[in-house]
Write a new protein. Structure first.
Length: 110
């Protein structure tokens, strides 16, 4: 059971899911990912990419050019995570206005 929790910690991480969603259309460079994921710091993106690579969900490819070019791409297993997470991400977007309204109502009661 403990090992399952470790995997759920990865897939339940908001930054990991946003990286996986952002890589849905193919490989991107670090700066492209950072630009596409609102609010993520450079450090958090670095940590998230390393964790996803370590867990086999994405690959990091270094191209030997000047300046060095590094791109990130989902592995086949990462693609299955993207497919599994897509409904949750779609639900989040669809319900964001209702969640904002509920939070506003709740905060107004205090």
């Amino acid at each position: 059971m403990c090992r399952t929790r470790a995997v759920l910690d990865i897939v339940g991480d908001k930054w990991a899911l946003l990286v996986v969603r952002t890589l849905r259309d193919g490989p991107l460079r670090f700066t492209e990912l950072k630009r596409a994921i609102d609010g993520i710091s450079q450090r958090m993106l670095t940590v998230t990419l390393r964790d996803l690579e370590r867990d086999g969900l994405l690959t990091r490819t270094v191209f030997n050019v000047m300046p060095p070019h590094v791109s990130y791409e989902l592995t086949p297993m990462g693609l299955t995570l993207r497919e599994a997470a897509a409904p949750l991400l779609e639900w989040s977007v669809a319900h964001l206005p209702a969640i904002d309204a509920a939070r506003s109502d709740y905060d107004g009661r205090g």
